[in-house]
Ligand binder design. Structure first.
Ligand code: MG
Length: 249
């Protein structure tokens, strides 16, 4: 076994907050190590929370998998289930959700991702956005038709191009990243990454004594920046563990 295979999740934290502009929180999160996830629902009074809940439940049912294909299948099943529920109940028509899930297993980060919730990797004092946003604005930036620093204020910044529950088929990004000791994986909804710049997200995590404190600090920063949307963040730190400690865990 390589040293990397002895990496395991040693610390976890999450926080979710309605923010300062919305009346209800339609974000959902999952903390079920080695699996973590966030989902940002949209549509109707109850639709958003329902759609995000279906996505998170589908991931939870995967359980203690070590097979990233299970995550892909869970999101495909959630896509169908949300579509069926929206069809069956008029009050839920038009609902959908983002989903970003991370499996931290054997020193490898497996990600599946739809929408504009994000996964970041914090390593050696740097923050790296691992996922690509599936949004109108992000695609304009990638095509070179919009300057990156204009994206945050663009009127279409909340318009996403992919979501679960909208079409019978959905393209799901699947990514794989080798982890290093001390890495922190951060998943969040756009209620954090919209109003809080990446450098400030990094600053909040590096300045906190624990991931729990970091999660609270991130929510605080998003609200201090106006709290325009629901805010959800999940953090996981990996480090080398002895085989005895891994067995005990
Ligand atoms: Mg949102």
């Amino acid at each position: 076994m390589s040293a990397r295979a002895d990496l395991a999740v040693i610390e976890l934290a999450s926080a979710s907050d309605v923010g300062r502009a919305r009346s209800d929180n339609q974000d959902r999160d999952l903390v079920a190590p080695p699996l973590i996830a966030v989902a940002d629902g949209m549509g109707g009074h109850q639709g958003g929370g329902t759609a995000a809940g279906i996505a998170v439940d589908a991931l939870r049912e995967v359980g203690a998998t070590t097979n990233p294909t299970d995550l892909l299948n869970a999101l495909k099943e959630a896509n169908r289930a949300i579509g069926r529920a929206a069809f069956d109940e008029p009050g839920l028509a038009g609902m959908g959700t983002t989903a970003t899930a991370a499996l931290l297993e054997g020193g490898i980060l497996y990600l599946v991702h739809v929408g504009d919730s994000r996964a970041y990797l914090i390593r050696d004092g740097r923050i790296i956005q691992v996922t690509e946003d599936h949004s109108v604005v992000a695609e304009m930036v990638r095509r070179g038709t919009l300057a990156p620093d204009a994206a945050g204020s663009h009127p279409a910044r909340h318009v996403i191009t992919r979501a679960l529950g909208v079409d019978a088929d959905v393209a799901i990004d699947a990514l794989r990243v080798d982890l290093e000791p001390g890495d922190v994986v951060l998943l969040c909804t756009d209620g954090l990454s919209g109003p809080v710049p990446d450098a400030d997200i990094l600053d909040a995590v590096e300045g906190a004594a624990t991931l729990e404190a970091a999660a609270d600090a991130l929510v605080h920063r998003a609200n201090a920046a106006g709290g325009p949307d629901n805010i959800t963040v999940v953090l996981a730190r990996v480090d080398a563990v002895t085989r005895e400690a891994a067995a005990a865990a």
